[in-house]
Design a protein around this ligand. Structure first.
Ligand code: FAD
Length: 388
């Protein structure tokens, strides 16, 4: 049986482990964190990600802990709509609606698809050694010394600041700050919202909310800011920033516990990687193509990576042929999405000047909703390969 080690137990790592196991590989996932729950945050998975989850065999388990999203749209801070999203038309074309989750629930559903012992937490990978027809992973378990193991394939799923990527591509500049900081929270009680996916664009700032199972609501406040800038009380800062914005924004903030708020600066791989494969080491997820969250495609692209890697390892005559195909097929698509996410942010949340915002808003008002659906469809439309 062929053996793989996956570095990182995020969405990309867990999904890749599920996919590789489905095509008969023995897999171990090494995760640095001792506790995996990402409290206080939600995540939306687009139709392409949902289709990938179905191919991995976990679609139903995941849908059971998520909320299918219906109508949505974009508005201005006073509440007037700039555009409406015809979610039904989108879902018809794409084969699935968008689903939203508490991140912890999505992670748990993915972890449940792996057998005991497959995911090992509290393990930090230091480096990989490329060998002929194999790769060696060097790691340390919390509280004990360094050790290493040689396997047929190493999957680097170690996220936006990937150590493995930095080792494989020492001349690459790595992830850069995208100019946006995001504060996120989840209401502790259900709150009524007019639509399921609600986005409001101001000047260099955006407030978005998504309905979660049970009527609780996930919200985010994204704003242009210097890297690393922090406020003592991020919830109070968000309330100040969006003071006077339309309902139900104040109610969502009032229904959120200050301690359940997270803040993350956004990083992206602005310089595309020259390859996603180096001998028997392959990059997936944010390690390969970290993008800004403005298109909500990061996790869905990671899920596509997982399905494609497993399918090609299963169908191509050799591991090396499968990796060549993975690099050839995944790099152009994912790097196009990274660019599109950046451009979406620049004309959306990050746009700041009064005239520029006014012109943009006028343009959106004139765009028929079918054009908005087309933009959504462009990146969420994906035909998955079959597995097994
Ligand atoms: P990660 O989730 O970062 O996982 C990497 C894992 O590797 C971590 O668990 C880490 O602990 C582990 N690790 C790192 N280094 C080591 C090491 N040396 N040894 C062992 N383990 C290691 N995407 C969406 O699709 N929808 C959204 O709604 C959405 N919202 C977002 C909002 C924000 C504010 C941000 C910043 C991103 C958002 N994204 C969204 C992007 C999405 O979160 C990522 O694309 C996705 O989670 C990528 O998963 P990953 O597994 O590649 O990386």
């Amino acid at each position: 049986m062929k053996a793989a080690m996956v570095v990182g137990g995020g969405i990309a790592g867990l999904a890749t482990a599920i996919g590789l196991r489905r095509v008969g590989w023995q897999v171990t996932v090494l995760e640095r964190a001792a506790v995996l729950d990402d409290a206080g945050a939600g995540i939306s998975v687009q139709a392409n990600g949902m289709r990938a989850l179905d191919v991995l065999g976990v679609g139903d388990a995941v849908r059971a802990v998520g909320a299918a999203q219906g109508a949505g749209g974009i508005r201005v801070p006073a509440g007037a709509w700039l555009s409406h999203l015809d979610a039904e038309a989108g879902a018809r074309v794409l084969g699935s609606p968008v689903y939203s989750f508490l991140r912890a629930d999505l992670h748990r559903a993915l972890r449940s698809a792996l057998p005991d012992g497959c995911l090992v937490t509290g393990v930090t990978v230091h480096h990989v050694v490329r060998k002929a027809d194999a790769a060696e992973v060097c790691f340390s378990l919390a509280g004990s010394g360094d050790t290493s193991q040689t396997v047929d394939l190493v999957v680097a799923a170690d996220g936006v600041h990937s150590r493995v990527r930095a080792q494989l591509f020492p001349d690459h500049p790595g992830a850069v700050y995208a100019g946006t900081t995001v504060v996120r929270g989840v209401t502790s009680v259900p709150v009524r919202t007019e639509v399921d996916i609600d986005q409001t664009w101001g000047h260099g700032a955006e407030f978005g909310s998504t309905r979660l199972p049970g009527g609780r609501v996930e919200w985010h406040s994204a704003a242009n800011a210097g890297e690393g800038v922090r406020h003592g009380d991020p919830l109070a800062e968000v309330a100040r920033r969006h003071g006077g914005w339309h309902a139900p924004i104040p109610a969502l903030l009032d229904a959120t516990e200050p301690g359940a708020v997270l803040q993350h600066d956004v990083y992206e791989l602005r310089t595309p990687l020259p390859a996603y494969v180096a001998d028997r080491v392959v990059l997936v997820g944010d390690a390969a193509h970290a993008m800004t969250p403005h298109l909500g495609q990061g996790a869905s692209q990671a899920l596509e990576d997982a399905v494609c890697l497993a399918a090609y390892l299963d169908s191509e005559p050799t591991i090396d042929a499968a990796l060549v195909r993975y690099d050839r097929e995944r790099r152009p698509r994912t790097q196009a999405v990274v660019g599109a996410a950046r451009r979406t942010g620049r004309i959306g949340q990050q746009l700041q000047g009064r005239l520029a915002v006014a012109l943009r808003n006028a343009g959106i008002r004139l765009t028929p909703s079918s054009a908005a659906v087309k933009a959504m469809v462009k990146y969420a439309l994906w035909e998955p390969p079959t597995l097994g």
